[in-house]
Write a protein that binds this ligand. Structure first.
Ligand code: AMP
Length: 580
């Protein structure tokens, strides 16, 4: 079914930042855009300075920077100057602990004020901030703490006891654990006490745009997680993309619903909005339709950045519900992380009076790369057009060489020309994998897409086997490895099974070892086992299969498992194991 473009009224309450896409795209230069940032007083560029200190030194000093709505109804508000001082304190805490430039500081936290203070304080200290998803089980937490050589971890006593304490011996690099709240468990110390002892003045050391700033963990098809390295210079892309794709203006009230354990929660939940001097709303509660509309209404949110799964859940509770709330302050709605079906874009127009603007990017790109814009008509189902300063293409080929597809509309791999400031600068400890991401002058994204004759990009699917569930990227290998640690499991193949709300659910096919029967009890035990090890990324469904399909080289063919699950033709099976 074709969807009509959603035409924009040309007059809104605020003049959009990007009004003439073609003209701005043609004339854009990152060097010129650099003047939108301030730079450290002594030269150099530090994300934390751009996000906080430069505002605290100016007219926005007493403006709200963060409004954190806690679970119990308690709100913590920090002005830009208060955030400057709190983050100075945390930078001093790190210094006192002996953590310095390049040392990794991780959080395993939900949406609490301390997470924001840790992230920005670590950046001030030129340490590297690495967020961890608080719903991960001990296995993924261990892998990431180890891969990241994390030295300092900030978490809660509960999460520490459940996810970290039993791993501590296997993590020699982890020297300090700070916990929020009273009663620090053995081997940890109190965050609040350390902060109380620290001074609130701190001079950011010289920082180069090429200094490592952020470490984000992501997943591929094979192997353990990858640590994508980002640098302080990325802040230019955070700032510019938030102006163009999210239409942020100083004074906006902005709510990003992404979990702070993933890249969107850092790039657009912390850095980008603060660089614009907006008030960032943080809501600690779990999803609930009424609660979300209440946040939008009560905080008078003007710009809202959310995700397809959440929007589909709101859609399920009906447009009528939205209309019971006063959403008149809302000016712009954007979505990211997974395919946004056109129905949701159109529903936005009906329920919120605003279309949803889809945009596309990934952990490696660090910032939004393709987007729909405030002043442009929206084509429902399209991710939009490249951000000024970003050159995108559709290519075919493989690791030996790629070429751009000639035909408009032909499907190929979405690729980007290296050079934007937030491009990842490495996979930690894996130079080979990093080098393999670039072929013939393109960065290959792993996504399949097409571009229409007007230059709009349309998402088609992943070129690999990674799974997107409720917006979270799940590596099948990590799930398979965890399941294979169960004594009954000989082998596992893991796929994403399409789901109307969360996009995909994780489904595992397992081959049992001899002597184990495929009973309902065992199935339930495996689901629980997965959940204990992996947390929220564990398989929701498990099927027994004593004849998993293999390639000739012995790998489980996840693609085939998926085609079978969907009842699709099995395609090319020439690499299937002989005799099966
Ligand atoms: P992550 O690195 O976890 O942020 O995941 C990035 C991946 O999410 C991309 O490579 C896409 O597969 C998917 N993704 C992100 N944004 C979109 C979008 N707007 N439409 C479709 N898929 C998306």
């Amino acid at each position: 079914m074709g969807w009509e473009p959603i035409r924009k009224r040309r007059t809104g309450p605020v003049e959009p930042n990007l009004v003439d896409y073609e003209r701005v795209y043609a004339g854009f230069s990152w060097d010129e855009a650099r003047s939108q940032l301030t730079g450290l007083p002594g030269g150099g560029l530090n994300i934390a300075y751009e996000a906080v200190d430069r505002h605290a030194a100016g007219a926005s000093r007493d403006r709200g920077a963060l409004r954190c709505r806690g679970r119990g109804g308690h709100t913590t508000e920090l002005t830009y100057d208060e955030l400057r001082r709190a983050t100075n304190r945390f930078a001093n805490v790190l210094r006192e602990l002996g953590a310095g430039k390049g040392d990794r500081v991780a959080t395993l936290l939900g949406r609490v004020p301390e997470l924001y203070v840790t992230a920005i304080g670590a950046l001030k200290n030129t340490s590297v901030y690495a967020p961890l998803f608080s719903a991960f089980g001990p296995e993924p937490v261990r892998e990431r703490l180890r891969l990241g050589d994390v030295r300092v971890l900030v978490t809660t006593p509960q999460l520490y006891r459940k996810r970290v304490a039993q791993l501590r011996d296997s993590l020699p690099a982890l020297e300090h654990v700070l916990v929020i709240g009273d009663d620090p468990p053995a081997g940890t110390r109190s965050f609040a006490e350390a902060m109380a002892r620290a001074g609130d003045e701190f001079t950011i050391p010289p920082t180069s745009p090429d200094d490592m700033a952020l470490l984000h963990f992501t997943s591929g098809t094979t192997g353990k997680p990858k640590g994508a390295v980002h640098v302080h210079g990325a802040v230019l892309a955070h700032h510019v993309t938030a102006a163009y794709a999210l239409d942020l203006h100083a004074g906006d009230v902005y709510w990003c619903t992404a979990d702070p354990g993933w890249v969107t929660g850092t790039s657009y939940g912390i850095i980008a909005p603060l660089t614009h001097g907006v008030t960032v709303i943080v809501d600690a509660s779990d999803f609930d339709s009424h609660g979300w509309y209440e946040v939008l209404q009560d905080e008078r949110v003007t710009v809202w950045y959310t995700a397809p799964t959440a929007l589909r859940m709101l859609m399920r509770s009906g447009a009528e519900l939205a209309k019971r709330y006063d959403l008149s302050a809302l000016r712009f709605v954007a979505s990211v992380g997974e395919p946004l079906n056109p129905e949701v874009v159109v529903w936005g127009q009906e329920a919120l009076g605003l279309p949803v603007h889809d945009n596309w990017w990934q952990t490696e790109t660090g910032a939004i790369m393709i987007s729909n814009y405030a002043a442009e008509d929206v084509r429902p189902g399209s991710m939009g057009r490249p951000i000024p300063g970003v050159e995108a293409g559709i290519v075919t080929g493989d690791g030996d060489g790629v070429t751009e597809v000639g035909d408009p509309e032909a499907v190929g791999e979405l690729a980007l020309r290296p050079g934007w400031p937030s491009m990842f600068r490495g996979y930690l400890h894996d130079d080979k994998r990093y080098a393999e991401s670039f072929v013939d002058g393109w960065y290959l994204t792993g996504d399949l897409a097409r571009r229409d004759p007007d230059g709009y990009y349309w998402f088609v699917g992943r070129a690999d086997d990674v799974i997107k569930s409720a917006g979270h990227l799940v590596g099948p290998f990590e799930v398979e490895s965890a399941l294979m640690e169960h004594p009954a499991v000989a082998e596992a193949g893991v796929i994403g099974k399409p789901d109307p709300v969360v996009g995909e659910v994780v489904k595992a096919f397992v081959t049992l070892r001899e002597g184990h029967d495929p009973t309902e009890e065992l199935r339930a035990e495996l689901v629980a086992f997965g959940r204990r090890r992996l947390g929220a990324v564990a398989p929701k469904e498990i099927a027994f299969d004593q004849h998993l399909p293999h390639t000739r080289s012995g790998k489980v063919m996840r693609r085939l498992l998926k085609s079978r699950e969907l009842g699709l033709p099995e395609g090319d099976t020439s690499t299937l194991e002989v005799g099966r």
